[in-house]
Ligand binder design. Structure first.
Ligand code: HEC
Ligand code: HEC
Length: 317
């Protein structure tokens, strides 16, 4: 090949690139989805329920920090959930899932609500068939996984989306990064949280949870019968234990506890001050909590102010 033809080839290549650039502008090719983007589509899509009426977001509501404002959520056919819907923000570093830890990971967890008769009531096999019948999901799974919709991949995609739902711009965070202030009351509240309130014994780490199961004194085997962790392990020392929830954005995710029994943070603090006033015959209460704590009115307000400083004003999703 002589230098002239090389030159012509070069010119053709440049021309070709210019033309491609042009045609790209005319007809933008959609960017392939990422795994988390596919997970987001699935999270918000009622296709994963038997009658296509309920999505994950029906209960984990983005406008309420991915929790629900009712003590119990409404699933398929108006059925009620057995427990309060926790927020799915800040789940990336969690281990076991659910109040009783019955799922080992986010990936595994995602399949439970689909099957659950009170939530989405769709056998996983049927859910996969629905996704495989959908042209867009066939395309998207292929883009992300080079494979058709399958159970394991569904879990992976939803988990990847949930792992993006981390919040780190609360007043508490900004203060710690030297990017903002906390008020004197909030700082005093933090001292109470760590010190005489004993909250920090269980609610510690970046998301304010030890990721363990504890009995705070809400189980008496009579009126308060949810056995919590015991239902999974059958170990009697687990009776009445529930997963310690993280406390980020806690001011936004009322009502509180596994059964949504408390409507306000003030009620939760009143509970920790004197747990027996709420459940007099509680069985197996953690010794850190059993005796209650002593706080005056001002300290109660300060502790609440600290909890309110854990709210990210604008979670991204
Ligand atoms: C009908 C309401 C409802 C629907 C629909 C629903 N959830 Fe939930 N979710 C709940 C409730 C209630 C719990 C707590 C149940 C328990 O612990 O026994 C929960 C727990 C969770 C948890 C565990 C959080 C933690 O702190 O351990 C995750 C993660 C989660 N859901 C994600 C999802 C995903 C993903 C979907 C969709 C595939 C979904 N949920 C659909 C109500 C719902
Ligand atoms: C012994 C461990 C332990 C201690 C100490 C403790 N907590 Fe908890 N906390 C838990 C557990 C476990 C739950 C869930 C209990 C349930 O639902 O039955 C919980 C629930 C909560 C909730 C409700 C969260 C939600 O999403 O519903 C708040 C708020 C809370 N604790 C704040 C505090 C404060 C404030 C203190 C200190 C005054 C404190 N905790 C002390 C273990 C503890």
């Amino acid at each position: 090949m002589n230098s002239k033809s090389l030159c012509t080839l070069g010119l053709l290549a440049v021309l070709g690139m210019a033309m491609m650039g042009f045609s790209n502008q005319e007809k933008p090719k959609s960017k392939p989805l990422s795994k988390a983007e596919l997970g987001k589509k699935l999270f918000f899509d009622p296709i994963l329920s038997a009658d296509s009426s309920v999505s994950c977001a029906s209960c984990h509501k983005p406008e309420f920090y991915f929790a629900d404002t009712n003590a119990f959520s409404i699933g398929i056919g108006g059925k009620r959930t057995a427990r309060n819907t926790p927020s799915v923000l800040n789940m990336a570093s969690r281990g076991l899932m659910f109040w009783d830890g019955r799922a080992a990971s986010l990936e595994e967890q995602a399949l439970f609500p689909i099957r659950d008769h009170n939530e989405m009531n769709l056998p996983i096999h049927d859910a996969m068939a629905k996704l495989r019948r959908s042209k867009k999901y066939r395309k998207w799974f292929w883009q992300v996984f080079k494979a058709p919709p399958a159970e394991k991949l569904l879990g992976e995609a939803i988990a990847a989306y949930e792992a993006t739902l981390e919040t780190s711009n609360s007043r508490f965070d900004l203060y710690n990064r030297n990017k903002g202030e906390m008020t004197a009351d909030e700082i005093a509240g933090q001292k109470i949280f760590i010190g005489k309130g004993k909250c920090f014994d269980c609610h510690f780490g970046p998301d304010f949870t030890d990721d363990e199961f504890k009995n705070v004194g809400l189980y008496d085997g009579k009126l308060n019968r949810d056995p919590g962790r015991f239902a999974i392990t059958k170990d009697s020392s687990d009776l009445g234990k529930f997963k310690t929830p993280g406390l980020r954005n806690i001011a936004k995710t009322a009502p509180y506890m596994h059964d949504g029994r408390f409507r306000t943070l003030r009620e939760v603090i009143d509970f920790y001050i004197d747990p027996k006033k709420f459940v007099p015959d509680a069985i197996g209460t953690d010794t850190t909590i059993a005796k209650g704590i002593v706080l005056n009115e001002k300290e109660i307000d300060q502790l609440e102010a600290f909890l309110r400083a854990l709210t990210d004003p604008k979670p991204k999703y």
